[in-house]
Design a binder for this molecule. Structure first.
Ligand SMILES: Cc1cc2nc3c(=O)[nH]c(=O)nc-3n(C[C@H](O)[C@H](O)[C@H](O)COP(=O)(O)OP(=O)(O)OC[C@H]3O[C@@H](n4cnc5c(N)ncnc54)[C@H](O)[C@@H]3O)c2cc1C
Length: 410
C-alpha cells in the first residue's frame, strides 16, 4: 500500500501539535505515514520560546468550555464545538503524559512547573524524534496546488514535495495568508491585538512599575463602539498596560485600528462600583483620620506616590488635615479615583503578548475536522485562522485544539 504523506506548513505551536498527534495515531494503528513539518526559518517553535516571558503560558485553568471560550474576541462560537473534543483539561493531561506538569497560578494562567518554555519545546522535539516526524527548517513553502487528489508543495530553493494532506499552520505570516487565498479562502481584516496604550499624562509620570490589582477601564473610540474591561493594570514608561488594558485592546482591535489608535480611556483605579461608593470610602477615611495630613492617610490599595498625584490632580494640598477636607474637594478626589480620563495617543507593542486579529474566514472551515470547506485534504490550525484570544494562555489553546482535531482527520 502507498505510504500516506502529510505535510504541515509551519513549525510553530499548531504545526507541532498536529504533527505529533497524527504520528501518534498512525503508530497506534500500525500505519506507516510520512509526516513532515516544513519551517521557513532556521529554527522551530520560536514563539513558544519567547511566550509568557520565556515561561510559556500553555493554557488556562478553566475547564468549563463555554466559560473558556468567552475569552476569544473572535472565534468564540466555533471554538465551543471544537473544544468539546479537545480542551484545556485535555491539554493538561496530554503534557502530563509526556512528563510535563502544568501548574496554575492564582489568575488561572498555566505554566510548566519548570517555569521555562524550553520544557515545552524539548517535549515537542523528543516526541517528533521518537515518532519519526521529519522537521525540516529553511524550507519555505511558496505555493501549494492540488491535482488528482494530491498536493504539490513548492519550496524556495528545494525540490517540490507531494502530499495526500496538507495543513497550513503559518501563524500570522503574510505568505501563509497568500497560500490560503490561492485556494479561494477569504482573509478577514487583519489588525494587531493585545497591545498596551501610549499615553502621555503627568498623572502617570515617574510612576512606571506601579500596578493596581482591581481596576476597571472603559475605552471610547470616536465614531465606534465603547468597550469595558476589568482586572490588573500597570503604569509603564509609555502609558498603561497590564491584563485589563491588553484585554480591552483585544476586544477593540479592529475599531482601534480604524481610529488610528486614538481613543479616550477612563480608568477606575479602585474598581469601585459607583462614584457614591468612592465618596463613602473617603468619608470613612476622614472619620478615622481627622487629625492626619491628607498625604499620610489614603486608601490602602493605593501607593503613596500615586495618592499624592491624585491629590495634586484634585487640587487638594498634601499638608491639609483630613478634618478640613471640604465636600467639593472630596468630590474631586472621588472623581479622579473613579474615572480618570486619558487620551490614548497610539499603541505600543513593547514586551506585549502580540497576536494578529483576523485570518482565514471561519465559515470556510469545518470545525469538526479543521478541514477547508473549499478544498478537501487541506487543513488549517492556529493563528492563521480568524481566531484570537485574550492574554492568559487562550491563544496557545486555540493552536492545541486545532492541531489535535486536524491530526485526527489528516
Ligand atoms: C511575545 C509573544 C508572547 C506570547 N505569549 C503567549 C503565551 O504565553 N500564551 C499564549 O497562549 N499565547 C502567547 N502568544 C501567542 C502565541 O505565541 C501564538 O498564538 C501561537 O504561537 C500561534 O501558533 P501558530 O502555530 O499558529 O503560529 P506560529 O507559532 O507563529 O508558527 C508559525 C510558523 O510558520 C512558519 N511559516 C510562516 N510562513 C511559512 C511558509 N511559507 N513556509 C514554511 N513555514 C512558514 C513561521 O516561521 C512560524 O515558525 C505570544 C505571542 C508573542 C508574540
Amino acid at each position: 500500500m502507498e505510504q500516506r504523506k502529510i505535510i504541515i506548513v509551519g513549525g510553530g505551536a499548531a504545526g507541532f501539535f498536529a504533527a505529533i498527534n497524527a504520528a501518534q495515531l498512525a503508530k497506534a494503528s500500525h500505519q506507516s505515514v510520512d509526516i513532515r513539518i516544513l519551517e521557513s526559518s532556521d529554527s522551530v517553535l520560536r514563539k513558544v520560546k519567547i511566550s509568557g516571558g520565556g515561561r510559556c503560558n500553555v493554557t488556562h485553568n478553566q475547564f468549563d468550555v463555554r466559560r473558556f471560550c468567552e475569552n476569544y474576541p473572535r472565534g468564540s462560537k466555533e471554538l465551543i464545538s471544537a473544544m468539546q473534543r479537545f480542551q484545556a483539561r485535555d491539554t493538561v493531561a496530554w503534557f502530563l503524559e509526556r512528563g510535563v506538569h502544568l501548574v496554575a497560578e492564582e489568575d488561572g494562567r498555566m505554566f510548566p512547573d519548570t517555569n521555562d518554555s524550553e520544557t515545552v519545546i524539548q517535549c515537542f522535539l523528543d516526541a517528533t524524534e521518537s515518532l519519526n516526524v521529519k522537521v525540516l527548517v529553511n524550507h519555505r513553502v511558496t505555493s501549494i496546488t492540488r491535482e488528482s487528489g494530491l498536493f504539490l508543495v513548492q519550496l524556495d530553493g528545494q525540490e517540490p514535495m507531494v502530499a495526500h494532506s496538507v495543513m497550513i499552520a503559518t501563524g500570522s505570516s503574510k505568505s501563509g495568508y497568500r497560500l490560503a487565498k490561492e485556494f479561494g479562502h477569504t482573509i478577514t481584516e487583519l489588525a494587531p491585538s493585545l497591545f498596551s496604550f501610549k499615553i502621555s499624562d503627568s498623572l502617570l509620570s515617574e510612576l512606571a512599575g506601579l500596578s493596581f490589582s482591581n481596576s476597571k477601564v472603559k475605552l471610547v473610540i470616536p465614531g465606534e463602539k465603547s468597550f469595558k474591561e476589568s482586572g490588573p493594570i500597570l503604569i509603564t514608561h509609555w502609558g498603561l498596560s497590564g491584563p485589563a488594558v491588553l484585554k480591552i485592546s483585544a476586544w477593540a482591535a479592529r475599531e482601534m485600528m480604524h481610529s488610528n489608535y486614538q481613543a479616550t480611556l477612563y480608568v477606575n483605579w479602585l474598581g469601585e462600583k459607583s462614584l457614591e461608593s468612592v465618596i463613602e470610602l473617603l468619608k470613612n477615611l476622614k472619620q478615622q483620620n481627622l487629625k492626619a495630613q491628607m498625604a499620610n492617610a489614603y486608601p490602602k490599595q493605593l501607593a503613596k506616590r500615586f495618592w499624592l498625584k491624585i491629590l495634586g490632580k484634585s487640587k487638594v494640598r498634601e499638608e491639609q488635615k483630613w478634618a478640613d477636607l471640604s465636600k467639593a474637594e472630596a468630590h474631586r478626589i472621588s472623581e479622579s479615583l473613579f474615572s480618570t480620563e486619558f487620551a490614548v495617543l497610539d499603541k505600543n507593542r513593547y514586551k506585549d503578548e502580540f497576536v494578529e486579529c483576523g485570518g482565514v474566514s471561519l465559515n470556510e472551515i469545518n470545525f469538526k475536522t479543521m478541514e477547508s470547506k473549499l478544498c478537501p485534504g487541506l487543513f488549517f490550525g492556529g493563528e492563521i485562522l480568524d481566531i484570537d484570544g485574550l492574554t492568559g494562555g487562550f491563544n496557545f489553546q486555540n493552536s492545541w485544539t486545532g492541531g489535535w482535531i486536524a491530526a485526527q482527520h489528516m
